[in-house]
Design a protein around this ligand. Structure first.
Ligand code: ADP
Ligand code: ADP
Ligand code: MG
Length: 461
């Protein structure tokens, strides 16, 4: 069935991004919004808008019944979930389909399987993809945890099977730590994700976060190369690049092939990301999880491959076979994305919503700004602090960094503090320029280099 209309079940910059893709495809858009979001940019750009409830996410963007009812009432053919919120909720995908509409993403069962990080590890192992050494399944007893730790050693990572967004992860330094943390971690996971299931992973020190973008139509699967996302704060990505420039060519080939093997194993449909940790010292990579949705950092892949991932996922959901063959996917040049947040770097990155008094966006070849902002817009305090993504492309990484510095200088957002100063400092940093960083780099750098340069405190206020 060709999709002629779709409901955007999200907010912020990704809602705007989805509407743009829909417009290109000639698809009518209906935008849901909470009471706090009536004046957001996506509401202005969409063909129609529906108020689905109070500002609290549970009452609106996470309310399956409210979103499905809005879609039914609007008479749309399909629902795009974006990222976060209900995007990886299998019950939501099922509810959309049960109501006779298309969920733009994988089938509920695939989300259920791959969204469970323990089950996903088993899928990876079955597909011959190396996983991080750790527990075989969900931890049942403390004795089992002790046995796993005896094999992997300490420190060891306790992870929630249903975790996401950098939450539900903690590190145990020794046995006493492990025994103390387990019950607490399980209780917290149950409260946060509705599932107290836990598993253990060896801590890969000096790891790089490398992930592979894939597309599948259930029968055919392609990868769109990899992204490097090691610059993280509190296990959340801050700056992303494509490709992962220091990856040896043979490792890249095996890594991308392993991601395709994994999604083939489950007959995956849609866009997805297979995440790995890469150990530069040994050249080994280890699967960590699959994200069954469009990702925040998808634009860097679009910039190097020329593929519009959001348009592709809509086409696939509409029943079209994958239009791209692996041989057609070529990567050219280098792209970097900076996540611009409404946060104050001088005050421990405290969220700082407010009104945008001035906005000036850099223009030019290889420069893209995905945003929800406009002058006069007041950012509500209830949601994620991501307000825009500056993406820059150039022929080489060096040229890309230079273009990025100019673009960051040209990006003016007044009225609220933002993370632009952080990105300016990163773009000028010698270690970043050399590519000498791992997943722990940014937090250490914030406490030393960045604090010295700006007087900013790394501590959370
Ligand atoms: P990406 O993997 O695309 O970089 P992030 O980890 O930054 O995505 O998450 C994207 C958004 O989704 C963020 O707003 C994050 O807080 C949210 N998110 C991701 N997974 C979950 C989850 N399981 N529960 C709640 N929020 C989540
Ligand atoms: P989420 O679902 O929250 O995105 P991930 O499993 O993708 O969780 O892990 C998020 C981040 O945590 C990774 O990008 C990495 O920086 C760190 N991490 C996760 N597992 C490990 C591990 N076994 N060793 C070292 N770091 C890890
Ligand atoms: Mg992850």
């Amino acid at each position: 069935m060709t999709i002629r209309s779709l409901l955007v079940a999200n907010r912020g910059e990704i809602a705007v991004r989805i509407i743009k893709a829909a417009k290109v495809l000639g698809i009518r858009t209906v935008q849901v919004h909470s009471a706090a979001d009536a004046d957001m940019l996506a509401v202005k750009l969409a063909d129609a808008a529906v108020d689905i409830g109070s500002p609290a996410p549970k009452k609106s963007y996470l309310n399956i019944e409210a979103v499905v009812n809005a879609a039914k009432a609007a008479g749309v053919d399909a629902v795009h979930p974006g990222y976060g919120f209900l995007s990886e909720n299998a019950d939501f995908a099922d509810a959309v389909e049960a109501a006779g509409m298309i969920f733009i993403g994988p089938k509920g069962d695939a989300i259920r399987l791959l969204g469970d990080k323990v089950a996903a590890r088993a899928v990876a192992a079955k597909a011959g993809v190396p996983t991080v050494p750790g527990s075989a399944g969900r931890l049942a007893t403390i004795e089992e945890a002790r046995a796993v730790a005896a094999k992997t050693g300490f420190p060891i990572m306790i992870k929630a099977s249903a975790g996401g967004g950098g939450r539900g992860i903690r590190i145990a330094a020794d046995l006493a730590d492990l025994e103390r943390h387990l019950p607490q971690a399980s209780a917290e996971a149950l409260a946060a994700f509705g599932d107290g299931g836990l598993y253990l992973e060896k801590v890969i020190t000096k790891a790089r976060h490398v992930e592979v973008q894939i597309l599948g139509d259930g029968q055919n699967f392609v990868h769109c190369f990899e992204r490097e996302c090691s610059l993280q704060r509190r296990r959340q990505k801050v700056w992303e690049e494509a490709p992962s420039f220091l990856l040896p060519a043979d490792v890249r080939t095996r890594l991308c092939a392993s991601a395709v093997a994994l999604v083939r194993e489950v007959g995956y449909r849609g866009a997805g990301t297979v995440e790995y940790l890469y150990d530069e010292a040994t050249g080994e990579f280890y699967f960590i999880e699959v994200n069954t949705r469009i990702q925040v950092e998808h634009p860097v892949t679009e910039m190097i491959t020329g593929i519009d991932l959001v348009e592709e996922m809509i086409r696939i959901a509409g029943g079209a076979p994958l239009s791209i063959r692996q041989a057609d996917v070529a990567a050219e040049g280098h792209a970097i994305e900076c996540r611009i947040n409404a946060e104050d770097p001088a005050r421990g990155f405290m969220p700082a919503p407010g009104t945008i008094s001035k906005l000036s966006v850099p223009q030019g070849e290889g420069i893209r700004f995905d945003t929800m902002l406009y002058e006069g817009y007041t950012i509500p305090p209830f949601y994620d602090s991501l307000i825009g993504k500056l993406i820059v492309w150039a022929e080489t990484r060096e040229a890309c960094l230079e273009r990025l510095r100019g673009a960051l200088e040209g990006l003016v957002i007044e009225g609220i503090p933002t993370t632009i100063p952080l990105h300016l400092a990163l773009a000028a940093d010698a270690s970043v320029a050399r590519g000498a960083f791992d997943t722990r780099f940014l937090e250490q750098w914030l406490e030393t280099e960045f604090a010295a340069k700006t007087g900013a405190t790394a501590e959370v206020a």
